[in-house]
Design a protein around this ligand. Structure first.
Ligand code: ADP
Ligand code: ARG
Length: 346
């Protein structure tokens, strides 16, 4: 692990949360600290230092990183989620509490719906600080648990190691598999030993999928074509509940589920639709005003750091910590209803 005693070179034009919150004072207080897994401040900030165009710029190596480096992480968590150090996280996975009748039953606007949560294995370092042996062990224990799933969740595990380039590229293009070579993840050590220890589990219909050892050790995903958001949520909840009887997840009362990026803490949930908004997207200011009002984020068609194609956008909840899972999906749903109404009126 790295240890750098010099304040990093952060150019003036850098707008990331790292550049905003890493003051010289914070740096001096934290620069010699190291977690039990050997994770240092330099490790936590390296991605944002090497990638000056980061939005956030920091990652945690383990649960302890969030307390040991709290003078840096707390203001970032507060700014991203609106969650203060004295707040407690809340959870609600009850689909009955979600009001989400299909807002587009004719299939004019919503192409597909996807909801994912991130999870990491209890008592293991997170991906940025994990060793190859530990990562392989995590993979083995997750796959062992997944093998026992039944009914709609029954499927197979496909390791990345040995997967043909054609299959891999088709899975990425069709939005099922994570991309390779993300530079933000590479700089925080998350791509070490690639492709070993990584893979994807999915059922026959690819409506239930699990990514293994990408940014988080598990990304549990429910997705399908169209806008039946409640059905997607209900399947996800059933998957989470089944998997947690087989694998213990890293969780605490303050931060909820522990993830390697502070933007994913809490519910670790991102609920999204791919939605066609060809008219509204001509007026980005109007579009952004609606998404901001509902705490939503706009991504491109191939996920984070990608562009839109043909007026189709990925719209998802932005807040994940201090709000329940039902609220995450409700934010997305309410925003999507308004987006469709406005698109229709144009
Ligand atoms: P994550 O969702 O794990 O934060 P990304 O933003 O990179 O990561 O998205 C991962 C993949 O999921 C990408 O291929 C993206 O296009 C796909 N995706 C996201 N939302 C949807 C959706 N509603 N329908 C279909 N694919 C989706
Ligand atoms: N580290 C990247 C940045 O700061 C991504 C942050 C949020 N996304 C994520 N996949 N964790 O821009």
């Amino acid at each position: 692990m790295k240890q750098n005693n010099e304040f990093p070179n952060l150019p003036k034009e850098c707008t990331s949360m790292l550049c905003k919150h890493l003051t010289k004072e914070v740096f001096e207080v934290l620069k010699d600290k190291k977690t039990a897994n050997g994770f240092t401040l330099s490790d936590a900030i390296n991605s944002g230092v090497e990638n000056i165009d980061s939005g956030i710029g920091v990652y945690a190596g383990d649960e302890e990183s969030y307390t040991l480096f709290s003078p840096l992480f707390d203001p970032i968590i507060e700014e991203y989620h609106g969650f203060s150090p004295s707040d407690k996280h809340k959870s609600n996975l009850n689909p009955d509490d979600l009001h989400a009748p299909n807002p587009d039953s004719e299939g004019t606007y919503i192409v597909s719906t996807r909801i994912r949560v991130g999870r990491n294995v209890d008592n293991m370092p997170l991906g940025p600080a994990i060793s190859k042996e530990q990562r392989d062990q995590v993979e083995a224990s997750i796959v062992e648990g997944l093998k026992q799933l039944e009914g709609e969740l029954k499927g197979s595990y496909y390791p990345l190691l040995g997967m043909s380039k054609e299959v891999q590229e088709a899975l990425i293009k069709d939005h099922f598999l994570f991309k390779e070579g993300d530079r933000f993840l590479a700089s925080t050590g998350l791509n070490r030993d690639w492709p070993e220890g990584r893979g994807i589990y999915h059922n026959n219909d690819k409506t239930f999928l699990v990514w293994v050892n990408e940014e988080d050790q598990l990304r549990i995903i429910s997705m399908q074509m169209g806008g039946d958001i409640k059905e997607v949520f209900t399947r996800l909840v059933s998957a989470i509940k089944s998997i947690e009887t087989k694998v213990a997840f890293s969780y605490n009362e303050h931060l909820g589920y522990i993830t390697s990026c502070p933007t994913n803490l809490g519910t670790a949930m991102r609920a999204s639709v791919h939605i066609a908004l060809p008219k509204l997207s001509q007026d980005m200011e109007k579009f952004k005003a609606i998404t901001d009002k509902h705490h939503l984020q706009i991504r491109g068609i191939h996920g984070e750091h990608s562009e839109s194609e043909g007026g189709i956008y990925d719209i998802s909840n932005r807040r994940r910590l201090g709000v329940t899972e039902v609220m995450c999906v409700q934010d997305m749903y309410d925003g999507v209803v308004e987006l469709i109404e406005v698109e229709k009126s144009l």
